[in-house]
Design a protein around this ligand. Structure first.
Ligand code: SAH
Ligand code: SF4
Length: 414
């Protein structure tokens, strides 16, 4: 498969500064937009737009919501509780399209990757592709979802950050990733579960969502907020907010707002305990240094011992992995209800970083553990289709952006 990053032509976005690129806003919706992923308010607006009477809107939205998100219906004709006239009207103006699956890979351990082509087009460009990764175990399964094509930020250890082209996904495209996963997993009332791969034993094939794919979710705030509103809506997909994690590199002014308006679990890509180093690893730190970031975390609505903030820490050999760093990390997080997630670095061709040695990761983890934090270092999943950090060099050199994304997501899976 060709990596998504190779298929997107880089156009226009002049880097505003070394810290942030500007997201392109040149998305052209398909002539017939999809209703998938619209918030209730946007769905109401769409219905109003095709002439549905005001006094009917609430009821029609509720009906559509059920067909879309409880039944997973892909055909207006099957919506038997909706009048025939409205079904025809809807089919004239809208679709129920999800992103198209360009490729699917299933690992021996059940991990699945889908390469997805986004609906609509962007003038003068080839179609945009993102990847969505499914990481199941016997009791739960996490879906790793993207928020942007590329990323506006330039973290020095992240391959997504090297892509110049950035486009925000629409709310529909974000929800669409969840819909595609559920379609492929037969995760609807009349769905047929695939016979290969692993799916957890309960009645749900997707139990958790992590916004840890491509992109900085807080720089696509409204679409991510609306999409997660759809995904967590109790009358629809109904994944509890406690089972949804949003990972941010530290967009400080939007963190508290995310807590108030999105209300999901928060993960912070910390990666360094000193500003000097974090300025280099996560250049956004120059704008929002560690102190302000941790202050925002202290003020994150709903953070408590039962709802801890996850601090992600990518293990970079000789860069941020000393025992002193580990001690400074636990000092820094004092007073914040926190979990620490140590992520083995996934090398990519051309990177100047290496993954820390396993013994060093263990020593680091011990300091963190002794300070009272669970600090699991996850066993990489999907080795056969993804390869793992520190494995055969030839293998890691073949890692594509989406494979790295999958490995990062796996580190979040508990
Ligand atoms: N932009 C958001 C979410 C997507 S990145 C963020 O930065 O938090 C998800 C996680 O993967 C982040 O913690 C990020 O720092 C980490 N990551 C990026 N590149 C990585 C790599 N090559 N190896 C390991 N983790 C990586
Ligand atoms: Fe963007 Fe996150 Fe990668 Fe940084 S780590 S470049 S914020 S995707």
């Amino acid at each position: 498969m060709t990596p998504a990053s190779d298929l997107a032509l880089p156009v226009a976005p002049a880097a505003e500064s070394a810290i942030e690129k500007t997201a392109l806003e040149c998305y052209v919706a398909p002539a017939k937009p999809s209703l998938v992923g619209l918030s209730r308010a946007a769905l109401a607006e769409a219905l109003r737009g095709v002439g549905v009477a005001d006094n009917q809107i609430k009821m029609r939205v509720q009906q559509l919501w059920h067909w879309l998100y409880v039944r997973g219906t892909q055909d207006f004709g099957a919506m038997t509780s909706v009048s025939k006239h409205l079904r025809l009207l809807l089919a004239q103006h809208f679709t129920l399209a999800r992103p198209a699956v360009v490729a699917e890979q299933v690992s021996a351990d059940g991990t699945r990757k889908w390469l997805l082509q986004l609906p609509g087009e962007v003038e003068g460009e080839r179609p945009h592709l993102v990847e969505c990764v499914y990481i199941p175990d016997s009791e739960r399964a996490t879906l790793c979802v993207s928020s942007q094509v590329g990323c506006t930020l330039n973290c020095s250890f992240c391959h997504t950050g090297t892509q110049r082209l950035v486009r925000n996904l629409t709310s529909g495209e974000i929800v669409g990733q969840v819909m595609v996963a559920r379609d492929r997993l037969g995760d609807w009332p009349d769905g047929v579960r695939p016979t290969d791969g692993l799916i957890p034993s309960g009645d749900r094939a997707v139990t958790n969502i992590v916004m840890m794919g491509m992109g900085e979710p807080l720089y696509n705030f409204e679409a991510v907020r609306d999409a997660l509103g759809v995904v967590t809506d109790g009358d629809g997909i109904g994944i509890s907010r406690r089972r949804v994690t949003l990972s941010t590199s530290g967009v400080v002014p939007l963190i508290v707002r995310a807590g108030e308006e999105i209300g999901v679990m928060l993960a912070i890509s910390l990666h360094a305990v000193r500003d000097e180093l974090r300025d280099e690893l996560v250049p956004l730190n120059r704008k929002y240094p560690i102190r302000t970031l941790l202050e925002a975390c202290r003020n994150y609505p709903g953070a408590s011992n039962a709802r801890r903030i996850t601090f992600e820490y990518v293990m970079l050999k000789g860069v941020n992995d000393s025992i002193e760093d580990a001690k400074a990390l636990v000092r820094l997080l004092k007073g914040i209800p926190a979990k620490i997630n140590l992520i083995p670095f996934n090398p990519w061709p051309g990177t100047r970083y290496e993954c820390s040695d396993w013994e060093q990761i263990e020593k680091f983890s011990e300091v963190v553990f002794n300070a009272g934090y669970a600090s699991p270092v996850r066993t990489p999943r999907g080795r056969d289709i993804l390869a793992a950090c520190g494995q055969l060099k030839s293998e890691t050199e073949k890692l594509s952006a989406r494979e790295r994304m999958a490995l990062r997501a796996m580190a979040m899976t508990e």
